[in-house]
Design a protein around this ligand. Structure first.
Ligand code: SAM
Length: 186
């Protein structure tokens, strides 16, 4: 990962400054970013969906991995300031399509089917996102949800659903805020 971090040293430094100046960006930790990057590279998806762009830090890492397999990243953000900040931060990323608005309203209109989804928006809504997403997942797609340990109570309905559903096999990793990684097996 050092080679990539060196290559994008200026972009990553800018994210670091923004994060230090604004605690309400809630960017994923570096370890989670690198795990996402690795999962995308291994999975080699065609279409990636991210719910919760913030200023685009996780989007940036998804985009770097997407570039290695010719994939595209759709990403959704409801907060206008963060959406615009992400627009600046991602202006050189050709494979990112930003959507502004509530994920609950945008997901039904998305035209793609996804092979990789990263959920990192309103925790209470994870259950709604996944239900809206079901008919937009390709077989064997990966759905990665953040904060499943840090916000265990709030995402309980999501976890209960994922863990009991015959449509998913899943594992929760105790790294950073807790990541649930689910495979859609239909
Ligand atoms: C944890 S932050 C995302 C951090 C980002 N993934 C990163 O690591 O750089 C969650 C973001 O989701 C956004 N959000 C919350 N509810 C949302 C919704 N219903 N639809 C779209 N975005 C939402 C918030 O405005 C916030 O910017």
């Amino acid at each position: 990962m050092e080679r990539i971090k060196q290559k994008y040293i200026h972009e990553l430094a800018r994210f670091e400054v923004q994060k230090n100046n604004n605690r309400r960006l809630w960017n994923i930790p570096q370890q989670t970013a690198e795990l996402l990057f690795t999962l995308v590279k291994v999975k080699s998806p065609r279409h990636i969906l991210e719910i919760g762009t913030s200023n685009g830090f996780s989007t940036f890492w998804l985009s770097l991995a997407a570039e290695t397999c010719g994939a595209f990243v759709d990403t959704i953000e409801v907060d206008e300031d963060r959406f615009n900040l992400a627009k600046k931060n991602l202006e050189n990323r050709d494979n990112v399509i930003q959507h502004f608005g509530k994920a609950e309203l945008i997901i039904p209109d998305l035209q793609n089917k996804y092979d990789f989804v990263f959920i990192d928006a309103g925790k209470i809504n994870y259950i709604n996102y996944i239900k809206l997403l079901i008919n937009k997942l390709n077989s064997n797609s990966l759905v990665v949800a953040d904060n499943v340990i840090s916000h265990k109570g709030t995402v309980k309905e999501y976890l209960d659903y994922i863990e009991s559903s015959e449509l998913f096999d899943s594992v929760t990793l105790n790294i950073d805020s807790g990541l649930n990684i689910a495979t859609y097996i239909k």
